[in-house]
Write a new protein. Structure first.
Length: 107
């Protein structure tokens, strides 16, 4: 499963605050999982084979560094800017984005 999780979103917003950026709120139509609650819920039927935050590096570059560059240069973010393309090519690392891959195997 690939889903959004509260913990990664909160970590990401802490970094944004540290960089003087406003938080990005979760839109009302979205429901982010709480990691421990989800894993407890599925634990009777599934084993977790792998977990990877697949958005951390991308979010740090595109939503923190690039956003700060835009503020400092007085321009509006452009989601077709090369920062986004390059950020998407970074390896998965860290816990600063909301999107996780959780690979489950039926018991």
């Amino acid at each position: 499963m690939v889903e959004n999780f509260v913990e990664g979103h909160e970590s990401f917003n802490r970094v944004r605050r540290d960089f003087g950026l406003p938080e990005i709120t979760v839109r009302d139509h979205n429901l982010f999982f709480v990691r421990d609650a989800l894993l407890e819920y599925v634990s009777e039927l599934f084993d977790v084979e792998e977990e990877v935050n697949i958005s951390s590096a991308y979010y740090l570059v595109s939503r923190v560094i690039y956003s700060r560059i835009c503020i400092e240069s007085g321009k509006q973010p452009d989601y077709f800017d090369d920062h986004h393309r390059l950020a998407a090519e970074l390896p998965f690392c860290g816990e600063f984005g909301p999107v996780r891959l959780v690979s489950l195997k039926k018991k």
